[in-house]
Design a protein around this ligand. Structure first.
Ligand SMILES: [Zn+2]
Ligand SMILES: [Zn+2]
Length: 172
């Protein structure tokens, strides 16, 4: 783990209008979402890198398919989602002062495919990762899985700390 897939962009010589395309495996770090950890499957998915030289700069495109697995955000059972991720960056030949004309993933001729793919996958993740669309989650009172045993609780408070307090209040 912790590997970084770099691509030396100086190995590719393109004239305006020319294109370079290559598929390679990109090491991906697990992703954090909603306080949970989601692991990419495979850990090094194959990504297609396309470089297109224009008269003013280089268009960089990355495309990959990956499955991300981790706990359901409602019931903590196994959940996962398959993603098709596409991302596009641009690096001007003479970027001047403008950040918009450079890609942060390209430093000293080395393209950090791992960081780029990680950010692209993170952007593609939905807000919620669930084991199923209609997951009922865990009971907020007793913590049991409401998918397996749908139930409700009578009364307002079952927390034993509250019970002890009201006990005490009764005796005062
Ligand atoms: Zn669930
Ligand atoms: Zn319950």
């Amino acid at each position: 783990m912790g590997c970084v897939t770099l691509f030396n962009i100086r190995t590719v010589k393109l004239r305006p209008g020319e294109q370079f395309r290559d598929a390679r495996n990109v090491d991906l770090e697990p992703l954090g979402l909603g306080g949970q950890r989601y692991v990419p499957l495979p850990e090094s998915p194959e990504a297609v890198l396309t470089l297109t030289q224009t008269s003013s700069g280089l268009v960089l495109e990355l495309e990959l398919e990956v499955r991300v697995v981790g706990p359901c955000m409602r019931c903590l059972a196994d959940a996962g989602i398959s993603l098709h991720v596409g991302s596009r960056e641009y690096q001007a030949t003479s970027p001047g002062e403008s950040d918009e004309l450079t890609t942060p993933y390209l430093v000293d001729g080395r393209l950090d495919l791992s960081a780029w793919a990680h950010d692209a996958v993170a952007l593609a993740l939905p807000d919620k990762i669930l084991c199923r669309d209609n997951c009922a989650g865990l009971c907020p009172v007793c913590g049991r899985d409401l998918n397996r045993g749908p139930h409700e609780h009578e009364g307002e408070e079952l927390d034993p700390r509250w019970a002890a307090l009201s006990d005490l209040r009764d005796r005062l």
